[in-house]
Design a protein around this ligand. Sequence first.
Ligand SMILES: Cc1cc2nc3c(=O)[nH]c(=O)nc-3n(C[C@H](O)[C@H](O)[C@H](O)COP(=O)(O)OP(=O)(O)OC[C@H]3O[C@@H](n4cnc5c(N)ncnc54)[C@H](O)[C@@H]3O)c2cc1C
Length: 449
Amino acid sequence: MYDVIVVGARISGASTAMLLSKAGHRVLLLDRAVFPGGKAAATNLVHPPGILRLKKWGLLDELTATGCPPIREYGLQSGPARLMAELPSVEGVNEAYSPERSRLDQILLDAAVKAGAELRTGVSLRSLLTDEHGTVTGVRGETEDRTPVIEHARLVVGADGSNSTVARLVDAEKYDAHPVLNKSHWSYWEGLPHDGRVRTYRHAHKHAFTWPTHDGLTIVGVALPVADFKARSDEDRDRTVISAFEEVDPARAELLRQTKRADRWMTGSVPNFLRRSDGPGWALVGDAGYTRDPITAAGITDALRSAELLSEAVDAGLTGRRPLPEALASYGRQRDALVSGHYRYTRDHATIANHSREEIAFIRAMTRSPTHGRDMVGMFATMIHPSQFYSAANIHALLDHLEPGAGPGWKLRMVRWLVRGAPRHVPPAPRVADRLIAKNLGPMGTYLA
Ligand SMILES: Cc1cc2nc3c(=O)[nH]c(=O)nc-3n(C[C@H](O)[C@H](O)[C@H](O)COP(=O)(O)OP(=O)(O)OC[C@H]3O[C@@H](n4cnc5c(N)ncnc54)[C@H](O)[C@@H]3O)c2cc1C
């Protein structure tokens, strides 16, 4: 009998198993894969809150020892608005990294085993054991040679990715679900200079991106709305991606032409949803519980944070400090509070709609305001909540950085635009008379009044 069985041994599963083992619980960690696995189909970027978790867990030095270069600035370019800003700091961490996934997965897996988790690979979960009340009490799986595996535990955690078998077996309902919004082509490039920057570009319904990773390589790709995405030959994809850069950053496009692609092209897309995170005898963590478009590259960071939240809740439940069902329910609420703002922001971004004139004017204003520029990239990196960024005081201060010479007419236009609920991740204000809105807006309202 285990305290916890964790199904899925990558980012969220290995972290959860490590934290619970460190807290003294008996943990079985299962995965159908055999490690080390191959290159994961992901673009690897981990924002500072994820790096902070690795630091707290004593694993950051192991990561930096692999030679992965730090990233300190993010760029969000849209048409003529070219924002490049330093990342804000969270508890002293202001760096991101984009580690090649099999290396990060292995660091976390080794840490879980070192902390005492029992690892069994090559085991696929097939069904769950339940008692007469329907409470999950264990797992039934099988090895690659079809040997049955039956194990019991007080809690089964599904860390088995967005197509989670655990979620399917417990019928965990999805909410706030949205279909796949875009698809991307990306690959690894050799010979590009590394300057510690993430670059993203929005133009003509294309989202081009590039940032440094391990072994002197650079991730280069472009996301396109689903309707515009075509499966192409490698040569076609070279042309598609380089021409997307040509439109927004000709110098970088030239660099791409002068250097060379070092891997095959990969394709990726995921739907967007939250899933109920817990029930009697089970819980979900990482992508199993919350999957979002990769355009804001937040899945690993979210998986590390949710592993931390879940482990604290499970520890409280298993040690009797709190009833386990209550602790798990509170984990679900905390997770939703943590991610819901960024989830809306990500979905908005993932449509790859061209920015409106107002949005471009805002991004340009951010390039003139060091704090707003930093906070904007912080919002992209899951560090600043959209409601904080779009607070009346913050926007009021940003209006002072509009194009020099932009008169009160533009300010009024921007305030109206924000109040009417654009961009879409800002909750819309009710449609009431401008005078009423002005009254509610505090200092910003003076423009409307
Ligand atoms: C195209 C693309 C690009 C991305 N880019 C980024 C990025 O730049 N930055 C970022 O932070 N995130 C990115 N992500 C998201 C990121 O990859 C995920 O959020 C992250 O992998 C989630 O980790 P996880 O541990 O929850 O699940 P996973 O990494 O999916 O691991 C699930 C594990 O469960 C195991 N498993 C599944 N079913 C079973 C079963 N029945 N029995 C036993 N084992 C099972 C699998 O073998 C696997 O090892 C990207 C995703 C995509 C699709």
